[in-house]
Write a protein that binds this ligand. Sequence first.
Ligand SMILES: Nc1ncnc2c1ncn2[C@@H]1O[C@H](COP(=O)(O)OP(=O)(O)OP(=O)(O)O)[C@@H](O)[C@H]1O
Ligand SMILES: [Mg+2]
Length: 300
Amino acid sequence: MTQIVLETKDLTKTFGTRKAVDAINITAYEGEVFGFVGPNGAGKTTTLGMALGLVHPTDGEVYVLGQRVTPNRVQALRDIGALLGAPAFIPYLSAWENIELVARLSPGVDKKRIHEVIELVGLTESARKKVSKFSTGMKQRVGLAMALVHRPRFIILDEPTNGLDPAGMREIRQLLRSLAENGTSALLSSHLLNEVQQVCDRIAVLHRGRVVAQGRVDDLLNRQKPAVRLTVHDAEAAVRAFESLPGVENVQASGNSLLVLGVDSQAVMNHLLQHHVIPTEITAQKTDLESVFMDLTSAN
Ligand SMILES: Nc1ncnc2c1ncn2[C@@H]1O[C@H](COP(=O)(O)OP(=O)(O)OP(=O)(O)O)[C@@H](O)[C@H]1O
Ligand SMILES: [Mg+2]
C-alpha cells in the first residue's frame, strides 16, 4: 500500500478574524512530487508551517509520515527535510562548512554524503566559497543541500526555485524528479504554474485558504474544455454554422476572428467544411495549468 507522507484533516489557521487556511484536506503520497499552488496569500506557507510544527493550527490536524504534528512535537522530523523562505546560514562560512554544521546534527552523515549532496544540488565548483558571496540562486542550492544532507524520506520546500535562472530552475526540477524516483517524496509550493506542471505528479490548488482543486496534473488539465481559435472570411456564416455543431458552448467573434469553446479543432474543421466555410487560419488553444488555474481562482 502506498504510504501517505502528508495528510491534513480540516486543517485551519485563523489570524485575527481572517482564515488564512480554511479546513483543508490534502493527501500526498510516497514517491510523488506534490505541488501546492495558489496566488499570493492563498495560505501555502502557513500550511507548510503547520506541517513542520512551526505554526500552531487553530483547528484540525496534520500528519507527516504517519505521525501527528503538533508544535514542539514533530516526531517525524528526523525523516523530513525542509526549506522555508530564505535559508539560514553563517555567512562567513563556506557552503561546505554550512552543510557540514547541519550534517553534524544527524547520525550517519559522513564527508562522502556531504560531497554527494553538494554535487546533487550543483555546487561542486563553489563549495569552498563563502556563502556571503553567493547569489540568491546559489544560496537556495545551499539551503536545499542542507535540507537533503541527512537523506530525508520527505522534503517540504516553499518556492524552492525562487531567485534561480531558468537553467537553475530546470536543474532543481530534475533533482526533485530524481529524488522522488529514488524514494524521497517532495511537497513544493510555487506560484509558477509552468514549473508545477512540469515537475508535480499531483497538486492542490489553494485559493483564499481553501482547496479549490486537488488531483493528478493530467486529470486537472483534461478537465479543461477544448477551445479553437480561427480566422474566416465570413464570420457571420461561421457563427451560424456553429449553431448546429453539438458540443459548442460559446462562440466569441471579434471581426473575422472567432474563439469557439467546447469542441476540438478536428470537429470545427469538419463542420465548417460541410457548411462550405473555409477558415484561413485555425489553431487549437493550448490547454495548460495556467488556464485551469485562472478558471479555478478567478471565481469568488
Ligand atoms: N503571522 C501572520 N500574522 C497575520 N497574518 C498572517 C501571518 N502569516 C500569514 N498571514 C496571512 O495569512 C494569509 C496566507 O498567507 P500565506 O503566507 O500562507 O500565503 P501564501 O500562499 O504563502 O502566499 P505567497 O504566495 O505570497 O507566499 C495571508 O493573508 C497573510 O497575510
Ligand atoms: Mg508563501
